[in-house]
Design a protein around this ligand. Structure first.
Ligand SMILES: [Zn+2]
Ligand SMILES: [Zn+2]
Length: 385
């Protein structure tokens, strides 16, 4: 499978508008209507659509950037079977009026009938603590609402809209667009087929008003970076009695100072003094589980085994992230970092020297193994010269 960025001819880090215009250009060029019967063009067209449908979706794009095709295959509707259901939607979004009708543009462009309101996106950043425990967060969202005094008609209460004289109520007019002759929304009435002669004062004839709404969003415990929460019916108001759109909350979790999340596990690197690492002992590690489990202090004792090295991990069961799907929990994975003491006093240095004299090679198996390999390497080098 070819690289999606290569298919569209864009740079990896390109922004949405560059992506969109590249897609527009490519799709125009390889559109089946312009290349009747050409299988290569049809294949290219399919490829272009697939690439764009992934890269234009921030979540899928992030997955693709990290894992390549494996990251986006087999996710709802994007199977490896080359099916994609979003072609119509993508075309409506990118080409709007020009192509919308060709793909049977749903709902939004029906003549004068009810139309569903827009879906909205809200980006919400939360802390790892909030993701761990779950939270209720208040957000304010600008949203269009149906105007109450005129009940969405746009006409002054007591009056009603009249038929549009340009399209005679049809909501469409025929027009030529380059190589296409297509029907498009009537520019005078905006496709509604109706005109308001005496507009409602509240909404100035629009039938809708913009409002800022405050909503309480419940963040479920265990939510991960990149998750999406759908609030049905909290998007923009529909037109002419159509249903409201949905609101999608895109969650991003702020990187934490101490923890890194890996699936359900939480990773934390803890420095261990050299002597504790050598002798073994207890160290304190942070954990996110507060409450009765650790006297609300969010810390936990971790046993360092005798002779622990940097990079050694100690797993504390059940102290990781909770799962969204059930009662299971990840682990806290403590990675040890052995720290050599600095600024030693004369007495400490003396003890250290004494210790060094008493240490044997067998007590540093890594160093011994390394010395062996290095010696072989040097022998080889001098042998060849
Ligand atoms: Zn009209
Ligand atoms: Zn109104």
């Amino acid at each position: 499978m070819r690289d999606y960025y290569e298919i569209l001819g864009v740079e990896r880090g390109c922004d949405d508008s560059a992506l969109k215009s590249a897609f527009r250009k490519q799709a125009m060029q390889h559109h089946p209507d312009r290349n009747a019967g050409c299988e290569e063009a049809a294949g290219r067209f399919k490829e272009i659509n697939e690439a764009y449908s992934v890269l234009s979706d921030p979540q899928k794009r992030a997955a693709y950037d990290r894992f390549g095709h494996a990251g986006v295959n087999g996710q709802g509707g994007f199977g490896g079977n080359g099916q994609f259901h979003d072609v119509g939607d993508i075309f409506n979004e990118v080409f709007g009026d020009v192509f919308g009708d060709m793909f049977g543009g749903r709902g939004q462009r029906q003549r004068g009938g009810p139309a569903r309101g827009n879906d909205l996106r809200y980006d919400l950043e939360i802390s790892l603590e909030q993701a761990y425990a779950g939270a209720e967060v208040e957000i304010t969202v600008p949203v269009t609402m149906t105007c109450e005094p005129c009940e969405g008609s746009g006409a002054k209460p007591g009056t009603s809209p009249t038929q549009c004289s340009t399209c005679h109520g049809a909501g469409r007019v025929r027009a030529s667009q380059g190589f296409f002759s297509i029907e498009r929304a009537c520019p005078r009435c905006g496709g509604s087929g109706r005109m308001v002669l005496d507009p409602c004062v509240e909404c100035r004839g629009a039938g809708q008003i913009r409002k800022t709404r405050t909503l309480a969003v419940r963040i479920p415990s265990g939510v991960d970076d990149g998750a999406r929460i759908r609030l049905a019916g909290e998007g923009d108001a529909g037109m002419r009695g159509g249903p409201r759109g949905d609101l999608y909350i895109f969650i991003s979790v702020t990187p934490h100072e101490l923890f890194e999340r890996d699936g359900l596990d939480l990773l934390c690197t803890v420095p261990v003094p050299m002597c504790v690492a050598a002798l073994g002992g207890e160290i304190e590690a942070p954990c996110l589980m507060g409450g009765a489990d650790c006297d609300g202090a969010c810390k936990i004792e971790v046993t360092v085994p005798e002779g622990a090295q940097t990079g050694k991990t100690v797993r504390v069961k059940g102290r990781g992230m909770p799962s969204l799907r059930g009662p299971q929990r990840g682990d806290l994975v403590v990675e040890l970092f052995v720290e050599t003491p600095t600024r030693l006093t004369a007495r400490q240095k003396e003890l250290m020297r004494e210790l060094a004299d008493l240490c044997s090679e067998q007590q540093h198996p890594k160093a011994a193994g390394f010395t062996g390999k290095a010696k072989k390497f040097w022998d080889n080098v001098t042998g060849q010269a």
